[in-house]
Structure formats: C-alpha cells, structure tokens
Ligand binder design. Structure first.
Ligand SMILES: C[S@@+](CC[C@H](N)C(=O)[O-])C[C@H]1O[C@@H](n2cnc3c(N)ncnc32)[C@H](O)[C@@H]1O
Length: 155
C-alpha cells in the first residue's frame, strides 16, 4: 500500500485501512514527512539554538473539532520556545489565529510551506500571527500546506 509522507504521521491508511490487520504480516517502510520536506524548503533548523522541542499536531488534535479545548496546553507552550507544526491547518486558519492571539503577540513568526518537496509547486509564505490572515487572502489552497509556528521560521 502506497501512502504519502510518513505513514506514521497522520497516515490515513495506518489508522483506518489497516485496523484489525494482523501485525505479523505488516511492515511499515518509513517515509519523509511533509515536516521534513518543509524544513528543507525553509533551510532552517527546526530545533536547537534555544528552541526546546518540536511539536507535530493538527488543529483538531490539539483544539478539538470545534476548537473548544487546548487553551491550557497552548498557554503552557507559550512559556517555551517550541516549533509547532500543524498538519491539515489551512482550512481553519481563522480559528487558529483566534486561539493563538489569546496567548501570543502579533509578532509570533508563522510560515506555510505549500507542496513541500514538489519541485514545480513548492512555495513558502512567511508571515506573523498578526498578518497571516491578510496574507492568506492571496491563495485558495486549503490542503497541501504545512503550517509551522515559532522562532525557527522567523524571516
Ligand atoms: C493526512 S495528512 C498526511 C501527512 C503525511 N502522512 C506526512 O507525513 O506528511 C495531510 C496533511 O499533511 C500536510 N502535507 C502533506 N503533504 C504535504 C506537502 N507536500 N507539502 C505541505 N504539506 C503537506 C498538509 O498539511 C496536509 O493537509
């Protein structure tokens, strides 16, 4: 079965298609996640130089489908230098900005890497919490982009 990226990071086949599959017949071949391709596109280290850790998540994982949870976690994260990576975030950027604005300043660096690793289509948007919604008015893409937040993506 062929899947895109790292099948262990939001890989749909591992969650759903292989449910109940006998593990003795299963071998997972590691892949390069969008996160790795996006880091390469940005040409920046995602950890180190004062950044304590990297968090991989998605809006629904951290905040719930209706953004009703996750406030305490986000408030706690705001005390650290952490690189936050959000998969599947482009369709809920307005709600994400609302959440982050409670605990972070408008200068918080944000970047979106579109089509990371696709030589013809890869594109980088560098912005900040305060400006990203305006910047996003120029694009319609709601799926193939990875949102990365934190000082690692500062311009
Ligand atoms: C269901 S997840 C699959 C993630 C995949 N397993 C991985 O490791 O990259 C789909 C999300 O991954 C991100 N994504 C996948 N491929 C991407 C790429 N080439 N460039 C940017 N983001 C990508 C997007 O945020 C997209 O909404």
């Amino acid at each position: 079965m062929l899947d895109s990226g790292d099948p262990c990071v939001y890989g749909p086949s591992l969650y759903w298609l292989l449910k109940g599959f006998d593990y003795q017949y299963l071998e997972v071949i590691p892949g390069i996640s969008a996160f790795n391709a996006a880091g390469a596109a940005l040409k920046k280290p995602m950890i180190g130089e004062g950044i304590n850790f990297v968090m991989l998540t998605a809006p629904h994982s951290m905040f719930g489908r209706s953004f009703e949870k996750g406030d305490k976690l986000l408030k706690d994260f705001s005390k650290y230098d952490v690189t936050m990576v959000f998969y599947m975030a482009l369709s809920s950027m307005d709600k994400l900005v609302e959440k982050f604005s409670k605990y972070y300043p408008p200068e918080l660096p944000m970047a979106i890497v579109y089509y990371a690793g696709y030589s013809e289509k890869e594109r980088i948007l560098k912005s900040t919490l305060g400006k990203i919604l305006d910047d996003l008015k120029k694009t319609d893409e709601k799926w193939m982009g990875l949102l990365i937040i934190g000082k690692a993506v500062k311009s």
